[in-house]
Design a protein around this ligand. Structure first.
Ligand code: B16
Ligand code: MG
Length: 221
């Protein structure tokens, strides 16, 4: 039986993935490194520092700036991103998510957050969801980010769940890879092709179809 559900945050619980895109795009443009949504897919689930490194590499500028300058760029992106978070309200929770969390709570199945974001607690507060999760893994508390399995393994460990009885839910290719290398069942949310290629067991277009009975069926298959 299902023992824990480990959720990604950005792009699964709410649309903060769009805010990340807006903030990185603006920073990229200020450095003369424009990019589109397709490139942005590679930044999903990836830490702030690694995302910046990928953008600089795209522009052939990975060796142009000092460590202090890079820190300032990451800081500037985060300030913009956090200012966009101010408009976040409980209504911004993706469809079906609150209902699923209530079902899990009623069944005593822990819900866990395994996000690469250092802003996760603030986002959960803005959505008024912070009491719905048994544990939020802090990205700095594990050695490796996604696509390594560390965040998901730590999440399962913290709630005492067996790996094979856990389901991970992700919108990013790096996140699906992380769930699969942890040995869990992976549900992808979004574009089928990329998520399937990364190993997702099932892909849903959006979060509307998520329910406890869907998760239980997926685990049994
Ligand atoms: P922050 P997730 C990830 O969150 C985002 O997908 C990724 O775009 C972002 O760079 C990363 O969090 C770090 O976020 O700058 O807020 O620490 O999808 O793993 O929930
Ligand atoms: Mg995500």
């Amino acid at each position: 039986a299902l023992q824990a559900v480990i959720f990604d945050l950005d792009g699964v619980i709410t649309d903060t993935a769009e805010y990340h895109y807006i903030a990185w795009k603006k920073l990229g443009e200020s450095l003369d490194i424009p990019f589109d949504r397709e490139f942005n897919e590679q930044l999903k689930g990836i830490s702030r520092e690694k995302s910046l490194a990928r953008i600089l590499r795209l522009g052939g500028k990975e060796h142009v700036y000092s460590a202090e300058e890079k820190e300032e760029f990451a800081h500037r992106k985060n300030e913009h991103y956090v200012s966009l978070l101010n408009s976040l309200t409980p209504e911004h929770t993706y469809p079906g998510i609150r209902e699923l969390l209530l079902e899990l709570q009623a069944s005593g199945i822990p819900a866990v957050i395994a996000s690469a974001s250092k802003n996760a607690p603030q986002i959960l507060r803005a959505l008024e969801l912070e009491t719905m999760f048994s544990y939020v893994v802090h990205p700095d508390s594990v050695p490796r980010g996604k696509p390594a399995p560390d965040l998901f393994l730590r999440g399962a460990e913290e709630v005492g769940a067996d790996i094979e009885a856990c389901i991970g839910i992700e919108d990013a290719q790096a996140g699906i890879e992380a769930i699969k290398s942890a040995g869990m069942i992976a549900i992808g949310i979004g574009e089928e092709a990329g998520l399937k290629a990364s190993g997702a067991d099932v892909v849903l277009k959006d979060t509307k179809q998520l329910s406890l009975s869907f998760l239980e069926r997926t685990l049994q298959e």
